[in-house]
Each structure stands twice: as structure tokens, then as C-alpha cells.
Design a protein around this ligand. Sequence first.
Ligand code: GAF
Length: 391
Amino acid sequence: MDTTVTTSLQDSVYEKFQALFNGTPLVVRSPGRVNLIGEHTDYNNGLVLPAAIDKNIIIAVGKRDDHTIQLHSLDQDQSYTTTLATIKQSSLLWPDYILGVVQQLQQRGHTLQGFDLVFGGDIPQGAGLSSSAALECATAFALNELFALGIQRLDIALIGQAAENEFVGVKCGLMDQFASVFGQEQRLIKLDCADFSYEYIPFNNPDLRIVLFDTQVKHSLASSAYNERREQCEYGVSLIQKHHPEVKSLRDATFEQLNLYVKPVDEVVYNRCLYVVSEIQRLQDGCEDLKRNDFTSFGKRMFETHDGLQHHYEVSCDELDILVDLVRDNDAVLGARMMGGGFGGCTINLVKADQVQEVIAVVTHAYAAKTGKTAQVYVANISAGTNVITG
Ligand code: GAF
């Protein structure tokens, strides 16, 4: 038994597979993620500091003798059938995360057979905890095992990202898929997205908890604005490149270059780039804080990240700003900020362990009073990455 997965979820997925299909399935889990600092830096060749959490997608999958693909979502109670040769986007959306992976595997020359697949999860959807990346990675990992494709973990993550970029249409970076696949218990992953080198940073202070407040909103412009931010960053780089061809991404850019070559041309693009270059530096400084166990300093940087995302990158929203403002003067909260792509989802909060319940009570009460909405709360534990549960 895998202790990071609730038995009931695992059992439900398994039992549904047995009810719908024949045989004993391979069962795989892949987790959601948090990100401590380093937001919107991954697609700028920057650094990120995510960790896998104890919320998962579980997949049960079995081979077929033909080329049919039969999928079932436990949470949506929906089924979808296609074949290896006729994969296309579905109006249901959830099949795309699986089919995008199948397409990527085929494009990379892997030979597949048909398969039956049931999945379910306890990663809240639309909360910015990467349920889609977890589904992509669980699919890639499971099919790799099922058909003995010999794919390494980094390529599992890259296949998940490519599925999201090319099939789902969100031009995300690699952070979410990498965290899902490479997570380890009680460790953050410092990932350098320029070359995919990484190191684990212990994160096991018993006096602190990671608390997520879920706004319960997901504003509709999230994916279009995400792709637009990416284009703005690329435009900023192109302005610098006219003078410094060696600058390949914002990772290479300096504040001086932004001032000289971007600011006079486009103030908005300058603000986007300023945030990214500052955030990459902030992450490096934050990792130094962690090495010294200086969580107070680290927490202050989290607030600074939020300010940059709110005012310069402009991917926050009223609900996220309210949740962060509610804890700014609370001594039990060392740091807080919006997390993930933005326009809804969760804030991540570093909270003193012995005051978690008080903080939750105060914040949820005040959030309801200000917005009329009920925030969901998750206390996240840092967990292991993708693995086989049974089979
Ligand atoms: C989303 C994306 F999927 C990630 O790649 C990352 O860019 C993140 O937004 C922002 O840091 O989760």
C-alpha cells in the first residue's frame, strides 16, 4: 500500500476498472504540486522551487488486443472511446490530457497497442495545484510501464509538457510536470529550466506548515493571458537581442538592459520582464535563506513575489489579493503569495505550525465576509513523485 494515497481513492479507481473492463490493471499515481517561489520563470529559462504534494491522480490501465482506447473519468462519471489512429481534441477536455500524451508517444516513434484506462483524483481542479500535469504524467508513466517503452523520468515530464503545449494548447513551462515526476518526501526541487539540472533542498521544519487557501475562483482569461505573458516576455527578449544577440531568454537579461532597450519601447512589456528578472534573483536569494534556515527572510520574499505578480506581471485577481492582504500583518504567517498561473486558484502560505488552526479560522471568516465566497483550505505535505502502486 502506498501511504501517500487514500485507500478509498485507490480502491474506487481499481473497482471501476474491474467493473468496466476485464483483467487486473496496472495502477499508477502522480501527484499535484506546490511552488514555494519562482513563478512564471520556468518558460523564461529561469529557476523554480516546487514540490510534489500528497494529492494525486490515480490511473488504472490495462492493455487491449486491438487499437481501441477506452477512457473513463471517475470524477466526471464520463467515458470516451477512440483509436490510436483517430486521436483528436475532445469537447469533454479531460480526455485531451491523456490523448495528448498518446499523440506525443506516437510522434516520438513509440509503438503502442490499444488500452483501457480509468482515472480519479483528489487534487482540487482549477485550484492551481496541477491536476492536469499530474494526469499527463500519470498517463505517460503508466503507458511507459505497460508497453515497456524504456522512457526516462525527464522525458516523461517533457512528454507531459509537450502534450499540454501542443494538444491542450497551453504554452506552459516544465515546472508542474517535473515536480509531479521528480518529487521526493520533505524536499523541494530547485530546478534550473535552462538545462533541467536540479537539486533537492530539504524542507522539513516541524515548526512550519504549508497552508493553501483556495479562492474557489478561476477567471476565464487564465489560459489566454498565460500565453500572452509568454509572448510579452519573448518580445522583451527580442528588443534586447537587437543590441545583445547573446541574450537568449530573460534568464540572461540584466536590469540595465531592460531599462535601456525595453522600457522606452513598451512600458507594459518592461513591467513583465522586470518581474521575471527580479523573481529569478529572488529565488536564488530565497534558497540562500533556506540554507540558513531563515524562514522569516524567505517569507518576506514570498510577499514580494506576490506584489510583483499583482502589479507588474498582472496575473493576480481580487480574491487572491484579498487572501494575501489578510495575512500580511499576521505574525503566525511568515509569507504568502498567489501560486501558479494566476487569475484564481490558491495562495500558498508559510504558517507557524502551532497556529495553523487560528490562521485558518481568521482567514476563512474574513474572506467570506469580504467576498461572499467560502475558501477551501489544504494543509499540504511534501510527498514523493510518480510511481507504480500495483501491477
Ligand atoms: C502554470 C504552468 F503550467 C507552469 O509551467 C508555470 O509557468 C506556472 O503556471 C507559473 O509559474 O502552473
